[in-house]
Design a protein around this ligand. Structure first.
Ligand code: HEC
Length: 153
């Protein structure tokens, strides 16, 4: 009986996972805000001394952000090398990781809103809080500058 139960649990897990893979990567409304309304105003106003706007950050800051994105930040595992949201660990997630090549997303988000999600995560999704567990505040601002630079169209 116990064995049967274990086999059932395993089979369910496999089915669940493969169902997730079959629909790998669909994002949930990337244009809708993720910061809860009560905190959004404050989040939008958050600033750093590193740059005025992340999309205008210096090449040096962007290069440092890339190192964090592909290194200790582990962002690349889900968001992918090109930023399209197609990293190996992201393939089993629903909703799928944000596609940073989508310029429409970037237009809709203030730097501070991205900061808020990296700090607090996006509840109910694979985007968990990575600051301060993986990266500090300064590294967070740098990685945001890199993600902005991935906008393609
Ligand atoms: C385990 C997989 C995973 C990792 C690792 C990960 N992300 Fe995400 N990320 C996601 C998913 C899934 C979403 C989409 C969440 C949603 O739709 O609300 C997301 C969304 C985002 C968003 C969009 C938030 C918004 O306002 O819509 C930002 C910014 C972001 N991630 C930054 C990062 C950064 C920076 C790192 C590395 C420090 C990182 N992510 C690492 C899975 C991941």
């Amino acid at each position: 009986m116990k064995l049967f139960l274990r086999a059932t649990v395993l089979l369910t897990a496999v089915l669940f996972l493969s169902a997730g893979m079959a629909v790998a990567g669909p994002e949930k409304d990337p244009l809708k805000p993720r910061v809860p309304a009560a905190e959004r105003g404050k989040a939008k106003k958050m600033k750093t001394d590193l740059y005025k706007k992340a999309k205008k950050a210096s090449p040096e800051i962007i290069a440092e952000g890339k190192k964090i994105y592909e290194g200790k930040g582990t962002c690349v595992n889900c968001h992918g090398k090109s930023g399209a949201g197609d990293g190996p660990a992201g393939a089993v997630l629903t909703p799928g990781p944000r596609n940073f090549t989508n310029c429409k997303f970037h237009k809709k988000r203030k730097d501070g809103e991205m900061f808020w999600v990296i700090k607090n995560g996006s509840p109910g999704t694979g985007m968990v809080s990575l600051n301060p567990s993986a990266i500090n505040d300064e590294e967070t601002w740098k990685v945001i500058a890199y993600e902005r630079s991935l906008c393609k169209k």
